[in-house]
Design a protein around this ligand. Structure first.
Ligand code: UD1
Ligand code: CA
Length: 453
């Protein structure tokens, strides 16, 4: 059955001490509220009504969704008042899932469980039991064990404060019911707020059946109020992601020392050493090995390739059985074909290395195409920029570029051509030719060294 979602995200988040609205703080590289939107989009929610209050412009710049409806709550008068801002957009004959924007780890499978519980009752609540429920709304049950109300901590009696089952703030009910109950809320309570949680007692009084569902992990329901909470949930998410990689067949040298700020796909028998950081979308093929301290961002590393220690790979493609690093930097547009080798202190930008081509040491290749089997000597630089324009360097198959050469683009070096070490190449070199573009060596016999005057 179709359902819509209301995400409550109008709270200011004062304790974050930030110029950023709280829900824009990132967990796993994604703004908290965006994670929640992504999760419900996976469940094909018909609409997502986002109730916001602070930093509307920043939010609208950073957050997006397919059926996102922005609902301003100009003044924060409570969670019930927040849902009232979305209520005009909610249909009477659909179910509404209410979520909180600052509990970023909620999982789809848990929400699906809540949806399923709602299908068999009138109002479904996601609850958890806490050892220390201080501050939370308590789930009040009658003698039969049926839920009869939620009482906020500040309004609770001492006996009610003993209850350890708490409201996570996530619940689901019929849209028509919700709107009717919201219209009857009052703010006559300890905080002078319109509590969403008051609808529970109204539902119970009308004989509605209220059922609870529980998440697999309490962390899914934990909210972020300060940066200590944020860091805690970041570690929880990273642990889950590391475990998912290991269950998928990857070996992690230390699951506590890998950070995934995005999405990583792995083939079989991938090895990831310590302190790897993955950002955006990263695809690792079978038997890929990632050395310690590497950063990989939006890239593909194909089967049997090795990325050695301290390398950075960004918006690049690494072909089968290539080796990269240690200390290599592949920048956007770097494409390495099968068995290409890029060694230490080599920077590659917008350049293609053909099959088996090598640039083993101390080199910059930018705006270049390097043919298969070419050997780029240490210290080779493509001079791709004249201060105004970028130009291309073309190097043929099996070309040999001697060490410390400068290739002043636009320029090409033919197939099987050889460039003598230390050359500054400014004009094209034909196939099979040797070019030596440097001052000829002159030896002066018995040369008297200068002496001190
Ligand atoms: C709320 C619940 C409480 C529950 C707890 C779980 C109510 C009255 N209480 O309490 O039962 O145990 O969450 O964390 O619902 N928000 C708005 N507009 C407002 C007020 C809040 O959008 O006017 C949003 C906040 O941004 C936040 C969520 O609603 O995402 C919860 O608000 P919060 O102030 O944290 O509620 P609690 O008092 O903690
Ligand atoms: Ca809260």
């Amino acid at each position: 059955m179709a359902f819509s979602v209301v995400v409550l995200a109008a709270g200011k988040g004062t304790r974050m001490k930030s110029s950023l609205p709280k829900v824009l703080h990132k967990v796993g590289g994604v703004p908290m509220v965006q994670r929640i939107i992504n999760t419900v989009e996976q469940m094909q929610a018909s609409a997502v009504h986002l109730v916001y209050g602070h930093g509307g412009d920043q939010l609208q710049d950073e957050v997006s969704g397919q059926n996102l409806n922005w609902c301003l709550q100009a003044e924060q008068l409570g969670t019930g008042h927040a849902v009232q801002q979305a209520a005009p957009h909610v249909k009477d004959d659909e179910d509404v899932l209410v979520l909180v924007g600052d509990a970023p780890l909620i999982r789809q499978q848990t929400l699906e469980r809540l949806v399923k519980v709602k299908a068999d009752c009138d109002l479904a609540l996601l609850t958890v039991e806490l050892d220390d429920p201080t501050g939370m709304g308590r789930i009040v049950r009658n003698e039969q064990g049926n839920i009869s109300a939620i009482v906020e901590h500040k309004d609770a009696t001492d006996a009610q404060r003993e209850i350890r089952e708490i409201n996570t703030g996530m619940m689901m009910m019929n849209g028509g019911d919700l709107k009717r109950w919201l219209s009857e809320l009052s703010n006559d309570n300890a905080q002078g707020e319109y509590y969403l949680t008051d609808v529970i007692a109204m539902a119970a009084a009308q004989g509605k059946v209220i059922q609870a569902a529980q998440p697999d992990e309490v962390a899914e329901t934990e909210g972020v109020n300060n940066r200590v909470h944020l860091a805690k949930l970041e570690r929880v998410l990273q642990r889950w992601q590391a475990e998912a990689l290991m269950h998928g067949g990857a070996t992690l040298a230390d699951p506590a020392r890998v950070d995934i700020r995005g999405e990583v796909q792995t083939g079989s028998d991938v090895f990831i050493d310590i302190n790897a950081v993955f950002e955006g979308k990263v695809v690792l093929g079978n038997n890929v090995s990632i050395g310690p301290n590497c950063i990989l961002r939006n890239c593909t590393v194909t089967d049997n390739a090795v990325i050695e220690a301290n390398s950075i790979v960004e918006d690049a493609q690494v072909g089968e059985a290539c080796t990269v690093g240690p200390y290599a930097r592949l920048r956007p547009g770097a494409v390495l074909h099968t068995k290409a080798k890029v060694g230490n202190f080599v920077e590659i930008k917008k350049a293609i290395l053909g099959e088996g081509a090598k640039a083993n040491h101390l080199t910059y290749l930018g705006d270049a195409e390097i043919g298969a089997g070419a050997n780029i000597g240490a210290g080779t630089i493509t001079c791709n920029y004249d201060g105004v324009n970028k130009s291309k360097t073309l190097i043929g198959k099996h070309a040999f570029i001697g060490s410390n050469s400068s290739l002043v683009a636009p320029v090409s070096v033919g197939d099987n051509a050889t460039v003598g070490a230390g050359s500054v190449v400014t004009t094209d070199v034909e196939d099979d030719a040797l070019t030596v573009a440097r001052a000829r060596q002159r030896n002066i016999a018995n040369w008297p060294r200068p002496t001190k005057k």
